[in-house]
Ligand binder design. Sequence first.
Ligand SMILES: [Zn+2]
Length: 127
Amino acid sequence: MAGRYLLRACTKLRFANPNVAGRPLQRTMGTLKGVPTDDEQATGLERRALQALKKGKDPYSMMKPKEYAGTRAEPHIVPCIGTKRLVGCLCEEDNTAIVWFWLHEGEAQRCPSCGSHYQLVHSELPH
Ligand SMILES: [Zn+2]
């Protein structure tokens, strides 16, 4: 039934504007601008995520995290909505065991095993 309405709308458009006749069927859908993009039709959470990505933000950690040296001057940044967060450090590239420790708000802390510095940074999740 919807296909019949679409076909009827297309034939009306072809009679009204002969230039439309040469276009494929998908170009005549909706507002004559073609198939809507993700930006035009996204709603809710997806729309908020797309808008945040345009502003350079990454509210849902969808992008690869930035790498830090882990030194005192440039510690690993750990976003957190509270005052402490459990952090797992894979001290060396080939390690099979993860060293877990609590990272608290305030000064940068060191991993008890390898000595890399971690800094807790308060972040807000969008509502
Ligand atoms: Zn470590």
